[in-house]
Design a binder for this molecule. Structure first.
Ligand SMILES: [Zn+2]
Length: 281
């Protein structure tokens, strides 16, 4: 069976030679696929529309030794508005890049596929009108994507000494602060943090941010009213904490993050705090 059909989203698309494209697809049944699309940069080819970033379509592919090739495309949803609005485009580019780095070829991740489609549909139908709305969507995606990958941050209390957070207020019993540390898998209390000699990356979070993270972690779809204002300390903490957490697992420079961060008015400094990045080419 050299030829097959699959539903997929375009994660990345770049020119190849004079008239072709090289695309990275996330398929519901096949996981990540790298494929060429012959003639996808010529005006009349049906492949032109089907190889644009963030397009959701049904693809016929021919299995190759290293790369598959796309032979037919039936558009399902072009997500045109996502490419038309700068903030949506920047956020979708970041998300697609994170998905690209954290998925493997031929290893289906249906949960990630659904999550990506949910976010793209939201950006398509309701383009974020403010950096705060975009940051809320980004954070929601990051939390759930980490969960789909098996790295769901533990936010109920300290992962080391098991001291609980008081669920009503989000306050610790000694109120001395909580750090989100990917190397530990979630929140670490100040006292455990101070006893740890390592320089593991972490971000100190206020109660309000922890409560927000816990609420979004429960929501299967992004809250339509959620805003995380990056001009406020809580918004900046949220952005820094989740980008650092994602960066720890992506373990590779995320090229689209600086542009997104600039549009949002946040800093792009995500990781570089001691994760295992250096060990990966
Ligand atoms: Zn502790």
């Amino acid at each position: 069976m050299k030829s097959y059909w699959t539903d997929a989203v375009v994660l990345r698309s770049r020119p190849l030679g004079e008239a072709d494209r090289l695309v990275s697809l996330l398929s519901d049944s096949e996981g990540k696929i790298r494929a060429t699309a012959r003639g996808a940069r010529r005006g009349r080819s049906s492949l032109v529309a089907g190889t644009q970033p963030f397009v959701y379509a049904r693809y016929q592919l021919f299995r190759g030794r290293e790369l598959d090739s796309i032979t037919q495309v039936q558009l399902v949803r072009s997500h045109l508005a996502v490419r038309d609005q700068l903030l949506s485009f920047a956020l979708a580019s970041y998300v697609a890049e994170v998905v690209d780095w954290t998925t493997m070829e031929r290893q289906p991740v249906p949960g990630v596929f659904r999550l990506l489609l949910t976010l793209l549909a939201e950006l398509d139908e309701h383009p974020p009108r403010s950096p705060g709305r975009a940051l809320a969507l980004e954070s929601w995606f990051e939390l759930h994507h980490l969960g789909e990958l098996g790295y769901r941050p533990q936010l109920d209390g300290c992962v080391l000494c098991h001291r609980p957070l008081l669920p009503s207020a989000g306050r610790s019993t000694d109120n001395s602060g909580w750090w989100l540390q990917p190397a530990q898998g979630g929140l670490v209390c100040s006292s455990c943090r101070s006893q740890s000699p390592s320089a593991e990356p972490g971000v100190l979070l206020g109660d309000e941010v922890i409560l927000c993270l816990r609420r979004w972690q429960q929501e299967a779809e992004p809250d339509p009213g959620a805003v995380a204002d990056p001009s406020q300390p809580a918004g900046r903490q949220l952005a820094a904490a989740l980008r650092m957490y994602v960066d720890y697992y992506v373990n590779h420079t995320i090229r689209s993050l600086p542009f997104l961060a600039e549009l949002m008015g946040t800093t792009a400094a995500a990781g570089d705090g001691g994760g295992p990045r250096a060990s990966r080419a």
